[in-house]
Design a protein around this ligand. Structure first.
Ligand SMILES: [Zn+2]
Length: 232
């Protein structure tokens, strides 16, 4: 970088300081979303390198999956959980895009995206979309798409039923509650394709299962799953 550009970048940093989403320290010009220190201790799962990893196991007996992983561990109350809280409830939508990029760059090295035709973010119900202003899974997908160059297919699945927050429900209750929540808008678009479903946090898999179930309507469809985090 020439010295003029460095100077301009420093000026921008000074005028518009950015802060680490984990520890709150001020970011340097070459850091993005998370400082290098917090990045080094990120609680990554490494699941994409395991055969029959815990996220894949969540889908056993539900529908066939090509592969599934969650990039990091989500533990309520830890500094790293703040990342998800900020883009889900704190309006930091570009943080989700940054996290999508970071996750994709890491997983791409190991061939996680090979053969995927389209990225499909798990849709929000229109009412929730209106409240939040954006779909955080779509923002994650945007970051993933930027790195992998795999196109995003929006609108292929629609969320047609509004579901209340599920945190107090058991796994079976969640699954029952999610039935008939999604509908495939255009089956023809996805026949014989390999789709990567993207979500923010995978807990019991009920949301992703309901979404994947709806997509079974398309003949020859293959599904993979990518979540930013897995709830322990
Ligand atoms: Zn930090």
């Amino acid at each position: 970088m020439n010295s003029g550009l460095v100077w301009i970048k420093s000026l921008v940093e000074w005028l518009f300081p950015r802060y680490c989403a984990v520890c709150g320290a001020r970011l340097r010009a070459d850091e993005r979303a998370v400082c290098l220190h917090c990045l080094a201790s990120m609680p990554l799962t490494g699941y994409h390198l395991w055969k029959e990893n815990p996220v894949e196991r969540l889908f056993w007996g539900k529908f066939p999956l090509e592969r599934a992983t969650a990039w990091m561990v989500y533990q309520r109350g830890t500094p790293y959980a703040k990342i998800i809280h900020q883009f889900k409830y704190g309006g930091r939508k570009t943080l989700a895009v940054d996290m999508g990029r970071m996750m994709a760059a890491d997983l791409q090295k190991d061939g996680f995206f090979e053969g995927v035709d389209f990225i499909v973010p798990v849709p929000l119900h229109p009412r929730r979309l209106l409240m939040r202003g954006y779909n955080q899974s779509e923002m994650l997908a945007k970051g993933v798409s930027e790195i992998t160059q795999i196109p995003i297919l929006n609108g292929v699945v629609e969320r047609i039923r509004y579901t209340e927050t599920q945190t107090k429900k058991s796994g079976a209750e969640r699954a029952e509650n999610m039935k008939h929540t999604f509908r495939v808008a255009d089956v023809n678009n996805v026949i014989g394709k390999h789709l990567l479903l993207v979500d923010d946090v995978v807990t019991t898999s009920s949301t992703l299962t309901a979404c994947g179930d709806a997509l079974q309507a398309a003949e020859g469809i293959r599904l993979s799953v990518l979540a930013l985090a897995s709830a322990e």
